[in-house]
Design a protein around this ligand. Structure first.
Ligand SMILES: *Cc1c(COP(=O)(O)O)cnc(C)c1O
Length: 371
């Protein structure tokens, strides 16, 4: 049977249809309906954050959070991420300045941020990539010292906690993605979490055309609201998310056990004080030590109907749309990880036997040479 890199979790058909039934009576389909409000409340509790603003997707949430902060100039960020992070910065008329990543967790290397700060720097946009927590303490203290805003891309970090605090409680704001491919989803969706109630108010207007009330439109907003059908999907999925994460943890454990001692395959160490969500399982193939390259591993798995991804390759700073604008040799760690990384299949539906078989095939590639 085909194994994909991810498989969306779904509530049962009956559970979802039962939960959307009341919409045929209320006929309140979007614009902050009852399910939207209920999901906001439940997510505040689950994510352990003071405020949640729901969005049509994670990207618009990030774009609008940056817009709401009235930023100008340069934003220090990571190139080892999904296109969305960099696009959100650029689409706000801001200039990304790429910082290298930490080889121990692939998040922005906080020790290299300060040397990139100029008089034009206005913010830092780090990414909790793969659900690994950034060095939030170091980043927040640099931001305070230099008067910078911090907006975390927490798209991968649903349910992750650091020292008992929700991943979304650091910096000025955090963005979560509820895309169908993420640990928790609303089909399409996203959110901003923040302690700043003024920011929540600005976002409420920005995602609804800048409308203040029936007769006053005092902001130039757009439309990025979450509809009721998506909110209901979220309410259903939230009931199962702990179970989902638990099943994923079995896959992680199996991968760790079976790949830890393979020379030339690097897996990330567990993070101290972090409650993980098992969103992804990246491995880095060191061609010299492993005796085979990344493509050989990917192709061999594919022959066995197992599909992986090169998340995240290329670096966003190397994407065609940014050609000639950035120099990825200035972020050598990010470049070397992007050139060699594979994310293995990860979902709650993957069995321990599947994970063991995947590891066996990977181990079998050792010394197989180059494609
Ligand atoms: C998924 C993702 C986004 C965008 O979220 P959408 O909900 O798909 O718009 C942003 N950043 C990262 C790192 C992501 O993985």
């Amino acid at each position: 049977m085909r194994i994909n890199v991810i498989r969306s979790s779904m509530p049962s058909f009956e559970e979802y249809t039962e939960a959307i039934k009341p919409l045929w009576d209320s006929v309140w389909l979007t614009n902050m309906g009852a399910n939207h409000e209920e999901l906001s409340r439940r997510l505040c509790e689950y994510l352990n954050v003071p405020n949640v603003s729901l969005f049509v997707n994670g990207h618009m949430a990030l774009e609008m959070a940056l817009q709401a902060m009235d930023l100008e100039g340069e934003v220090i960020t990571t190139p080892f991420t999904f296109a969305s992070t960099t696009h959100a910065i650029v689409r706000n008329g801001l200039t990304p300045v790429f910082c290298d990543i930490d080889p121990d967790n692939y998040t922005i290397d906080a020790s290299k941020i300060e040397e990139l700060i100029t008089p034009k720097t206005c913010a830092i946009v780090p990414v909790h990539v793969y659900g690994c927590m950034c060095d939030v303490e170091a980043i927040d203290s640099i931001a305070k010292k230099h008067g910078l805003k911090v907006i975390y891309d927490a798209a991968h970090a649903f349910g992750v906690e650091y020292k008992g605090k929700g991943a979304g409680s650091f910096g000025d704001a955090s963005m979560f993605s509820f895309h169908a491919t993420k640990v928790f989803h609303t089909i399409e969706g996203g959110a901003i979490t923040t302690a700043d109630v003024d920011l929540i108010d600005k976002l409420r207007k920005l995602k609804d055309f800048g409308i203040k009330d029936e007769e006053i439109v005092d902001g130039i907003g757009a439309n990025a609201k979450m509809n009721e059908f998506c909110a209901v999907m979220g309410l259903c999925n939230l009931k199962h998310v702990d179970e989902e994460i638990k099943k994923r943890s079995v896959v992680t454990k199996t991968y760790r056990k079976n790949l830890a001692d393979v020379e030339g395959i690097r897996i990330l160490p567990e993070q101290k004080d972090v409650k993980p969500n098992h969103a992804y399982f990246p491995i880095v193939v060191n061609e010299e030590e492993f005796g085979a390259d990344r493509q050989t591993v990917i192709d061999t798995l594919k022959l066995n109907d197992i599909y992986t991804r090169k998340y995240f390759y290329p670096l966003t700073s190397d994407m065609d749309c940014y050609k000639g604008m950035f120099d990825s040799s200035l972020t050598p760690v990010a470049k070397s990880v992007a050139d060699r990384v594979i994310t293995l299949p990860m979902s709650a539906s993957l069995t321990q036997e599947d994970a063991e078989r995947i590891c066996k095939i990977i181990r079998g590639c050792k010394g197989a040479g180059k494609k």
